[in-house]
Design a protein around this ligand. Sequence first.
Ligand SMILES: NC(=O)C1=CN([C@@H]2O[C@H](COP(=O)(O)OP(=O)(O)OC[C@H]3O[C@@H](n4cnc5c(N)ncnc54)[C@H](OP(=O)(O)O)[C@@H]3O)[C@@H](O)[C@H]2O)C=CC1
Ligand SMILES: CC(=O)C(=O)O
Ligand SMILES: [Mg+2]
Length: 774
Amino acid sequence: MSENSDKTTTADDLQSQALFYHRYPRAGKLEIQAIKPLGNQRDLALAYSPGVGAPCLAIHENPGDAAKYTSRSNLVAVVSNGTAVLGLGNIGPLASKPVMEGKAVLFKKFAGVDVFDIEIDAPTIDEMVSTVAALEPTFGGINLEDIKAPECFEVERILREKMQIPVFHDDQHGTAIIVAAAILNGLELAGKSIENVKIVASGAGAAALACLNLLVSLGAKRENIWVFDIDGLVHPGRETNMDQWKAVYAQESDAHALADHIAGADVFLGLSVAGALKPALLKQMADRPMVLALANPVPEIMPDLARAEREDAMICTGRSDFPNQVNNVLCFPYIFRGALDCGARTINEEMKMAAVRAIAGLAKEEVWEVPRQATGGEPLIFGPDYLIPSPFDPRLILRIAPAVARAAAESGVAERPIEDYEAYFDQLNRFAFRSGLVMKPVFAAAKAAEPKRVIFSDGEDERVMRAAQVLIEEGVSKPILIGRPNVLETRMKRYGLRMRLNEDVEFINPESDSRFREYVDEYLAHVARRGVTPDRARTIVRTNTTVIGALAVKRGDADALLCGVEGRFDRHLRDISDIIGKRENVRDFSSLGLLISNRGATFFADTHVTFCPTAEEIAETTIQSANAVARFGMVPKAALVSHSNFGSRDSESAARMREALAIVRERMPDLEIDGEMQGDAAISEEFRHRAMPNSTLSGEANLLIFPSLDAAHITMSVVQSMLDALHVGPILLGSALPAHILSPSVTSRGIVNMATLAIVEADIAQKDLREAAE
Ligand SMILES: NC(=O)C1=CN([C@@H]2O[C@H](COP(=O)(O)OP(=O)(O)OC[C@H]3O[C@@H](n4cnc5c(N)ncnc54)[C@H](OP(=O)(O)O)[C@@H]3O)[C@@H](O)[C@H]2O)C=CC1
Ligand SMILES: CC(=O)C(=O)O
Ligand SMILES: [Mg+2]
């Protein structure tokens, strides 16, 4: 089978999967949701007549109040007349709807911006302008989409003049911003200057001309730019298919084919149609050429064909299945986020330039938490295959939105300039990383903590190494990696990490460490009477990195241990138990899982250790869990959950939960707790009060204690999947010194969270020890 037929099969698969994706389980990609309660007569009276009259009159008196009382300031219209839909051409407004719904989803997911997609049957400039201008009362901004050139230029110009809210033609300016960022970074790598490069553009439409205009304002020379459309070279005196916007780039020549002018080009900019660049032409381009084949969904040249012709080319497409996705999705959600948040009246040149700089700069920062599919699994390090950030980089919003809002304020177009950029950054950070709010007090405590040394058993794992880099940069921890130094060095280089062995990060080499003999002796002291011979102990201490890490913590060479990225939970727990042991007065270990979702933070116990705990063990887990919850700066509210609701069943497990409640009440009288109760009663006070009006638990429980490991683990994993929640944990409870067993699916961010928590635990443990000694 040839390479081409493989591609065809893949393309066919994608088409049918895309149809399925759009059709099931419900047609389309989005819905509208209410964000205020509407559960009773009172709510109805507030949301609708008569209450709704109050905000209406307030807005009538002061139109600015629309930002306070309606969704307008977070609402954007994605408007298309369907005349240039992707590279599919003039397929009309109805057929454009999947693209516009798609843009709406991207706005929402990537930047929290609400969108109504509006497909209008308005093929002329006048129809388009009068329809869109009339929408101003509804929206905080207008994103024009897939409107063909040259009409789009006039539509946008007139609307910008008429409207007091941002009007932004995404295919022009969103594309131009990303293209500019990619080209600036690519030229930097090639050691070329924008003033000198030759640019050949295929396409003279909305996207291509806007890109060229922005490149010119960044220093590119008009005389170095050659533009081609359906009729070939845009040149003076051409009578057909010309307009004033193309004419700006007209170049004198008798030869009118792209093939006549590609020689020596440093940049090919394709914003036209599939297959517009013939592979053989690449041979004539300059050294280290940039090939931006950005037509969607099929580019001007497929990257594998381009690569086959030119090893040294830097290749970008608009697609997510190749490296360097130059697509306006990297821009439009965030430029609108920044513009809406400061009440910008427009999106001006200063704001666009701020976005270019923010995106170009982000590509040079270290990457530590971005899905790899986008680059086919290759490491994301600034270079020819990583000129711009991945669309999934959560930092895009953090870099672009504040830069845009600041530029809006400085250029005088912000109605509500951001007053506190630090608070604004925190707000965006919470959106980008849902764990932000919950983890904030833990990070603050870890930064202030004295003990800093977290030892990582899986020191050679990429996620661990990336997490170590972040921990160093954030000043949270001084990581110790268990790993072979040559492997660590090679991987640091491969992942583009700045940390240096022995300078920023210590290591223990399992194959050779001067402390080996002492570690073996220490290990034997713990396990000699359990059938472990000295020979076996030597082998274990050389090969089992959890044992090495636990020994380091036990001996005071490290303050906390993180292990478990590979291997089974119970085996890691056995090693921790053998070497570090249990805290005084604790019968057994247990574990706590934290889920963070849009609904907030909820803890689940015991998710990993004891299959069917006794009442005594449940009580112990509850008390330890409540103390752990308090470390997050939260007041624990515990529910002992069961199939039984306050004595409604007399089963063995319900009785165990009741017994556990009595023990906890005696040992920790201040804890807000009740049970046994069903899951819905734990979450809803209303349900709880129906069964138990005098419950000693108020509001929503944030700590759910289960009667069995099965129940805890299954509930947590189902809730996590259904709510798309972030998991922090498992948090090991009962260890004499801080140690946690990560799960094999943990992310770098998850490791950072757990290491931070371990530092705080180490700090508390060491303070307790000092107090006890005084
Ligand atoms: N990656 C990204 O982020 C983006 C990609 N795009 C892609 O860019 C392309 C153009 O979009 P847009 O500018 O909005 O559309 P327009 O309709 O405004 O422009 C299309 C341009 O392509 C030209 N063209 C058509 N066929 C050929 C050909 N065979 N050879 C050379 N030029 C040709 C047209 O020529 P003529 O002027 O003679 O009609 C026109 O200038 C689309 O494929 C779109 O998907 C667009 C925006 C963003
Ligand atoms: C990406 C985009 O907006 C387009 O291809 O039209
Ligand atoms: Mg588009």
